[in-house]
Ligand binder design. Structure first.
Ligand SMILES: [Zn+2]
Ligand SMILES: [Zn+2]
Length: 243
């Protein structure tokens, strides 16, 4: 064993958790130090239904105008972070460098929010459905990041994870670059659900929500498959500020 490895081994013994952001020993029971945790960009107050944020914050618990005029196919959206640094870095590294530890930490943070904030006074969902990736994309990547984030949550909260019955059957790769109409067209029938979710209160988990169109189409498909109540859980939401 080289001196360096020996040193690392000793260091790990005393400081078993290393912060994924600053790389220093975290001094907590998590691979994220207190200082970095405090710096994470919590999403400001947003519409409880769609998690859109507004220049002038909405009065407490009121849903936004677009949700009022066109009711989304989900009942609530819980978005933890704003999609800015360092959340962008954590998610990019997870997706493109296979840094699975980031998924575990993000999952732990979402789990804590679910218990202490989102469901403080209401019952937790009884099924977690990670947003499916198209099989081609999943093969290229080798994993689905939403499953990786959802796994520690499901384990900790003891909620079953549904990974098999929902499939993404259309490869909607360049979604962000398409025009709105093309995007809508591209997403039509993009999902296939081979299960009946009647009687279920589901949590659909996504890593990042931008326009919200993909999640809307997926939730529509879940509604058609009988889901009684659908909550969207997302790790990060891009702020789409409207007046
Ligand atoms: Zn740190
Ligand atoms: Zn809304």
């Amino acid at each position: 064993m080289t001196n360096l490895n020996y040193f690392k081994k000793i260091a790990n013994w005393f400081f078993p958790y290393t912060c994924i952001l600053c790389n220093y020993p975290s001094n907590r029971q998590q691979d994220l130090c207190e200082a970095c945790l405090q710096e994470l960009p919590i999403l400001p107050q947003s519409c409880p239904r769609c998690a859109n944020t507004f220049v002038t914050p909405l009065p407490n618990d009121l849903i936004c105008g677009s949700c009022l005029s066109l009711s989304p196919p989900f009942d609530a959206t819980f978005a933890l972070y704003d999609y800015v640094a360092p959340i962008t870095k954590l998610i990019m590294e997870l997706k493109f460098q296979e840094r699975l530890i980031n998924a575990r930490i993000l999952g732990e943070l979402m789990c804590e929010a679910a218990v202490t904030l989102w469901y403080k006074t209401s019952p937790l969902p009884n099924l977690i459905i990670p947003m499916p990736l198209h099989p081609t994309r999943q093969r290229e990547r080798g994993f689905n990041q939403t499953i990786e984030i959802a796994t520690p949550i499901a384990k900790k909260l003891n909620i079953p994870l549904e990974k098999k019955s929902c499939r993404r059957i259309k490869h909607t790769s360049a979604q962000a670059r398409l025009q709105r109409e093309e995007r809508q067209h591209n997403l039509r029938n993009a999902f296939q659900i081979n299960s009946n979710f009647r009687g279920y209160h589901v949590a659909v988990l996504d890593d990042v929500i931008t326009t919200g169109q993909t999640i809307t189409h997926f939730c529509k498909a879940l509604r058609l498959a009988g889901a009684d109540k659908i909550d969207v859980w997302c790790c990060a939401k891009t702020q789409y500020k409207s007046e």
